[in-house]
Ligand binder design. Structure first.
Ligand code: UD1
Ligand code: CA
Length: 450
């Protein structure tokens, strides 16, 4: 049975107190919305529909950046979850498979849970996702009658007895598309909030003699974000899970609480991650690599046995081959560093290629930007770049070539050549002593005030 995903993301998120739509606030470097969309990705939905309202253009851009086939439909007034879902009906009017609907501000639903719901929706007409709440607070309560979900009552409309129920509604629903949109069209807004509650479809389906049930999941999966402090708690939860997964995968971390993962960080077995390392999006670290303390990595690939840091920065497009050494205060951007090359100290390598086993001296800079355009630097294999070399791109250094320390290299260097480009040294015997004598005499005169 084909599936379609609908994500409700029209709400303002007033409690975030933000210009950014709530669903675009990030956890581990990805918007909440993207976490929700990713949770359903393993179902390979035929259609992805995002219902947006507040900040719709920004939400559209984020949804399409993640999945260019997604459709973003507008809910211009937020009249409730049933009204929001109804806005997806035109986009799915020819779709006869199962719709899975989730909230854009609920980032941790597991794909396995959604698969369980899809399986349940093959047997039952309407399937909600419930959880045992430690503190049920203002969640909707699931009124069960054995396996049958009789109805859902929102907190505001619940009696004291109903509020005592701890089995709560996560908001996730699975149902065949034509039935779902038919049920949703029957929902009214005669309740304490004056909203069109999606939860009403449980009772409406029950009255029609349809089968309605609830699948349950862990409370941690249904965590919804409403405030900055909940966002921070969710980030902490994500990080805790990512650290645990890294340990499972054979990664060593000396101080795991100080290592921050992105939503898509991949780290191989026997890699060592020292304290205070931050991974931005798009990082792959292969097995046996060693990332030393206080390094920041983003959009890069570190091959086996390479070492990075301490205090290194790898920016998007940094590609380190096997056994590369990147040392302290080195920044690499959009550059491939080939096997065994060393860039050990105080260096910027950007828009460049560094060949195998080449050594880059301390303080080297690829001067890639002329104020308007970026240019490429090519450094061959087994080259030796002297300390404090400025490589003014575009420029190419041949295999086995050397540059003298302090050189400003503006034209290409042949293989095996030595390039020197610095003022020749001048030596004046005795001049230092003479100069000091003159300066000391001057200072003495000034102190006497003469
Ligand atoms: C909803 C459920 C409640 C459940 C809780 C779980 C309903 C009526 N209630 O309540 O049973 O326990 O979630 O967190 O469904 N949204 C729109 N358009 C709207 C209204 C909401 O897109 O018109 C989106 C919001 O952006 C949000 C999600 O739907 O992402 C949930 O809406 P919210 O108003 O937070 O529902 P709750 O009151 O929390
Ligand atoms: Ca909510």
């Amino acid at each position: 049975m084909p599936t379609a995903l609908v994500v409700l993301a029209a709400g303002k998120g007033t409690r975030m107190n933000s210009d950014l739509p709530k669903v675009l606030h990030p956890i581990a470097g990805a918007p909440l919305l993207v976490h929700a969309m990713s949770a359903a990705a393993p179902l390979e939905p035929e259609h992805v529909v995002v219902v947006a309202g507040h900040g719709i253009e920004q939400v559209r851009a984020a949804a399409l950046a993640h999945d260019e086939t997604a459709r973003v439909v507008a809910q211009s007034e937020q009249l409730g979850t049933a009204h929001a879902l109804a806005q997806a009906a035109p986009a799915l009017k020819d779709f006869d498979g199962t719709v899975v609907m989730l909230f854009g501000d609920t980032p941790f639903v597991r794909p396995e849970t959604l698969e369980t719901m899809i399986a349940a929706a093959e047997q039952k007409d309407v399937v909600f996702l419930g959880f045992e709440a430690a503190d049920p607070g203002r969640y909707g309560r699931l009124i069960m009658d054995g396996d049958r979900l009789a109805r859902i009552v929102e907190y505001k409309d619940a009696t004291e007895a109903e509020r005592a129920i701890t089995f709560c509604n996560s908001g996730v629903v699975a149902c065949r598309a034509p039935l779902l949109f038919d049920l949703v069209s029957q929902v009214g807004n005669d309740n304490a909030a004056g909203e069109y509650y999606l939860t009403e479809i449980a009772a409406i389906a029950g009255e029609r003699g349809l089968s309605v049930t609830a699948v349950s999941c862990d409370e941690a999966e249904t965590l919804g974000i409403n405030s900055r402090s909940e966002l921070a708690d969710a980030e902490a939860q994500f990080q805790a899970a990512a650290r645990a997964a890294a340990f499972e995968n054979g990664v060593t971390m000396i101080a795991p609480d100080t290592v921050y993962f992105a939503y898509d960080t991949v780290i191989g077995r026997d890699a060592i991650i020292e304290p205070n390392v931050v991974f931005g999006a798009g990082v792959t670290i292969e097995s046996g690599a060693h990332i030393r303390a206080f390094s920041h990595l983003e959009g890069c690939h570190v091959a086996q046995r390479a070492t990075v840091g301490p205090y290194a920065r790898l920016r998007p497009g940094a590609e380190l081959s096997e056994d590369v050494h990147i040392g302290n205060f080195v920044e690499v951007k959009n550059a491939r560093i080939d096997s065994g090359a060393k860039v050990n100290h105080l260096t910027y390598i950007g828009d460049a290629y560094v060949g195998e086993k080449t050594n880059i001296g301390a303080g080297t800079i690829t001067c890639n930007y002329d104020g308007v355009m970026k240019h490429h630097t090519h450094i061959g294999a087994n080259a030796f770049i002297g300390s404090n070399t400025m490589l003014v791109a575009p420029v190419s250094i041949g295999d086995g070539a050397m540059t003298g320390s302090g050189s400003v290299i503006t034209s290409d260097v042949e293989p095996d050549a030595l390039a020197l480009s610095r003022a020749p040294q001048v030596e004046k015997p005795g001049s230092a002593a003479k100069l000091l004598k003159i300066l000391k005499a001057k200072k003495a005169r000034l102190q006497r005030g003469s």
